[in-house]
Design a protein around this ligand. Structure first.
Ligand SMILES: *Cc1c(COP(=O)(O)O)cnc(C)c1O
Length: 387
């Protein structure tokens, strides 16, 4: 009954985890869920109020525009200028998305012919690999290893493969490893893409979820990056808006146009009221204060959970960005997570769910209320050594 493109997919990791959690809950276990990166705090009030007002506007009740409201795209361009010093033409270099997952999943349809290669990181957000497969392409794995700061070793990629590849996917600050990329790496990436005529897809939903003074970068800050790159950005993690479904792809106008062409044949744009609220999120001075507060809460959670996991013998670094702690356990990550769930009522994500090179790792998310994280810490401490 099913097409090959879905028959050969591994079961979506989070669906499998959900089942295990459900089973534990039905046995009466109080599960503290640190397995999903979905902000627990509500969307800042001024953004919610903007949505309510925008919902009353009949203009928003009709089909939205395919590319998104020019006012939203301009707000995104201005935000990029203000945040990264990057200049974007809102008409040609910004496209509204129904969340960045949607855009990432559709992007390869615009560029990949059957059999084309695409370079994808491992471990990684699973959408990159799946979307290449959906487009009929062949994903080629770039391992992200601790010894290389969880950056792909571009020099280790077979030149033959690089020449054949059409595109490369990257994501920094990185989910699941928490790693950052610096200017030097991004510069090297742009040179590599130029040499091998690759299109670069940089997924950047965590640029504002950082914890030290060093802010995250946009790939588009690198000279010539716009010649072959686009960056996906999302309001989901920055403003606690995962449920709203709004993001954007920005950068190279031809790549943006290609994605737009695919999308105009699939969806009919993002709800106008959500875009109106998105404009308020991006432009309002209140947002800066709200984002700072959110960061402050996350930073505390990272500190306490990092200390706990480190004390219990997990090998990990304190992340400087993202919502995740990525710890080395050395063994079977699915078994380890089962043990945590059954014996401590704490759900974490087995690293292997992000790819073969994630095996031996486990990911803890900090998107539960602080008192629940404190409770999880108490339970983990009772379990004793995690080694
Ligand atoms: C959360 C996340 C996204 C997507 O978010 P949307 O809600 O679809 O905008 C994209 N990439 C990574 C790596 C993420 O963790």
């Amino acid at each position: 009954m099913y097409a090959d493109r879905i028959k050969h997919l591994p079961p979506y990791l989070f669906a499998a985890i959900d089942q295990t959690k459900q089973k534990a809950r039905s046995r009466g276990l109080d599960v503290i869920d640190l397995s999903v990166g979905d902000p627990d705090m509500p969307t800042p009030l001024h953004i919610v109020e903007a949505l309510k007002k925008a919902a009353d506007n009949p203009e928003n009740h009709q089909y939205p525009s395919y590319a998104g409201k020019l006012a939203f795209r301009t707000a995104m361009a201005d935000w990029y200028k203000d945040t990264f010093g990057v200049n974007l033409d809102p008409e040609r270099e910004v496209l509204t998305l129904i969340g960045s997952k949607e855009g990432l999943a559709h992007a390869p349809l615009a560029f990949i012919n059957p059999g084309d290669l695409a370079l994808v990181p491992d471990p990684a957000y699973t959408v990159y690999k799946t979307s290449v497969i959906f487009a009929g392409g062949m994903p080629v794995t770039m391992p992200l290893l601790k010894t290389n700061g969880f950056l792909p070793d571009l020099d280790a990629i077979d030149p033959e493969v690089a020449r054949k590849a059409k595109m490369i996917f990257l994501n920094y600050p990185n989910n699941p490893t928490g790693a950052l990329a610096d200017r030097k790496f991004f510069g090297k990436l742009v040179d590599f893409a130029k040499d091998y005529r690759l299109l670069v897809i940089h997924d950047n939903p965590y640029s504002e979820v950082y914890y030290d003074d060093q802010k995250s970068l946009s790939l588009l800050m690198i000279e010539e990056a716009k010649d072959m790159s686009v960056e996906f950005h999302s309001l989901s993690k920055t403003y606690n808006m995962t449920g709203w479904r709004i993001g954007a792809v920005v950068g190279n106008p031809e790549i943006v146009a290609g994605i737009g062409k695919v999308k105009s044949n699939i969806d009919s744009g993002d709800f106008g009221a959500v875009q109106d609220a998105g404009i308020v999120a991006l432009r309002s001075p209140e947002s800066k204060g709200a984002v700072n507060e959110i960061r402050h809460v996350y930073k505390y959670r990272i500190e306490i959970l990092y200390k706990c996991l480190n004390d219990l013998g997990l090998e990990l670094e304190k992340p400087r960005a993202t919502l995740y702690l990525w710890g080395w356990i050395g063994g079977d990550s699915v078994e380890f997570c089962k043990h945590l769930l059954e014996d401590a009522g704490v759900a974490a994500t087995p690293g292997v769910g992000f790819g073969k090179y994630g095996e031996g790792y486990v990911r803890f998310s900090i998107t539960q209320p602080t008192n629940r994280i404190e409770k999880a810490i108490e339970r983990l401490e009772k379990l004793g050594s995690l080694k």
